[in-house]
Design a protein around this ligand. Structure first.
Ligand code: PLP
Length: 403
């Protein structure tokens, strides 16, 4: 019997680790050195786990080998709750869920919410797990446009136009992956107004909330719209550089009384997966209440800032390449002028880049961007490696066009 994948996967895409990665692994096996600019994995570029976090994990690892509470370690959930209270988000430990990364919680949040045909408003471009999780759950991701001309801010009129009577939720990714946009409080309030008028659940992915450049500030959506039922997603992978620990959290705030059945569904899903990684959850208290900070990486003189600047400066010197300078996160999402580059298939373009220059990027359409005119690179490598990579991208693009 032929085993054929479930039709549930028909519209599920996750190109950040898609066929281009398979080709990269083939090239590596053949002895090539590939510079992987495709995933936001700080550890792969020499970023260390903050010592306080490591200490707490190590101190507890010997006694953390049993299943724990399905919602998460109480001390970790309490630290998350208190952290959000200081940011103006009112929740309680029963409404904090720990997960194996934000990824698991995103899938759970959508699985518990959607019936076939329900719609969720998702930004375009997006972090593609959101679209994938909606599709896997039987829903339809309806993409609202973020406007490159306005520093990639969500186009509120487009959001409004896309609401239908099947719309159940709106996803906000702020700071944004892949664009690096950090939304002003007014923009977030504008999105919240739409959610309020149409009675939508707000899903706010804020995993880059501490990775901010050039004086940018971030306010949690839930603090700006406390009257809305909001799920806030965050975790240890980026600001604390421990993506492999697979630790994230989801905070439910706002009028929970209207959502008892939904929260019960989330609890069932949490119970079904027994618990999240227990040893790593012991690092959460130190992450949220300890002395360590990411400031030394993002403020002037910091490694992440310097790397963003190097990559941005060199990339925007390539003829035909423009880029909105990211105010946050770990990526650049440049545009290739369609008048100069004739690109019909941007996945083919990143495959050609990989084969020619041994650099892995991700095509813009992999982030549910509709045109084949963008790609994303991470700004995590050392500035000298980024400089070399961008020079090679420039060489590749020189005269590149598809038949
Ligand atoms: N949300 C966004 C916007 C991301 O960029 C990522 C990872 O790149 C995730 C969620 C997943 O994070 P985690 O490692 O916590 O699963």
């Amino acid at each position: 019997m032929q085993l054929i994948q479930s039709t549930k996967l028909a519209n599920v895409c996750y190109e950040i680790r898609g066929p281009v990665l398979e080709e990269a692994m083939r090239l590596e096996a053949a002895g090539h050195r590939i510079l992987k600019l495709n995933t936001g994995n700080p550890a792969a570029f020499g970023f260390e786990c903050p010592p306080e976090i490591l200490e707490d994990v190590l101190r507890n690892v010997g006694s953390a080998h049993g299943y724990g509470d399905a919602k998460g370690l109480l001390a970790a959930r309490r630290a998350v709750m208190m952290h959000y209270q200081t940011l103006g988000v009112d929740s309680d430990v029963e409404n904090v869920f720990m997960g194996n990364g934000v990824s698991e919680l995103i899938v759970m949040a959508m699985q518990a919410l959607l019936d076939d045909g329900d719609e969720v408003l998702v930004p375009s471009p997006d972090y593609p797990l959101w679209t994938a999780a909606v599709s896997l759950s039987g829903g339809t991701a309806v993409h609202y446009r973020c406007d490159e001309q306005s520093d990639w801010m969500p186009d509120l009129a487009d959001v409004e136009r896309k609401v239908t009577d099947r719309t159940k939720a709106i996803v906000i990714i702020n700071p944004n992956n892949p664009t690096g946009a950090v939304y002003s409080d007014d923009v977030v309030r504008g999105l919240a107004d739409i959610a309020r008028r149409h009675n939508l659940l707000v899903c706010s992915d804020e995993i880059y909330d501490k990775i901010l450049y050039d004086g940018a500030t971030h306010t949690p959506t839930a603090a700006l719209a406390p009257d809305l039922l909001t799920l806030t997603f965050n975790g240890m992978s980026k600001a604390y550089r421990v993506a492999g620990y697979r630790t994230g959290w989801m905070v439910i705030s706002g009028p929970r009384a209207h959502a008892e059945s939904y929260i019960e569904g989330l609890t069932t899903l949490a119970n079904m997966r027994l618990c999240a990684n227990m040893p790593a959850q012991h690092g959460v208290v130190a992450a949220l209440t300890g002395r360590q900070t990411i400031d030394d990486l993002v403020l002037p003189g910091g490694r992440l800032l310097e790397q963003r600047d190097t990559a941005y400066d060199l990339l925007t010197q390539i003829p035909g390449v423009t880029c909105v300078k990211p105010k946050g996160a770990l990526y650049l999402f440049p545009r290739l002028d369609p008048k100069i580059f004739k690109i019909k298939d941007d996945r083919q373009m990143v495959l050609d880049l990989l084969r020619q220059e041994k650099i892995m990027a991700v095509q813009g359409t992999g982030f549910n961007w509709p045109e084949p005119d963008h790609f994303r690179i991470v700004t995590l490598p050392q500035a000298s490696d980024l400089a070399e990579a961008v020079t090679r991208i420039g060489n590749f693009l020189d005269g590149y066009s598809q038949p």
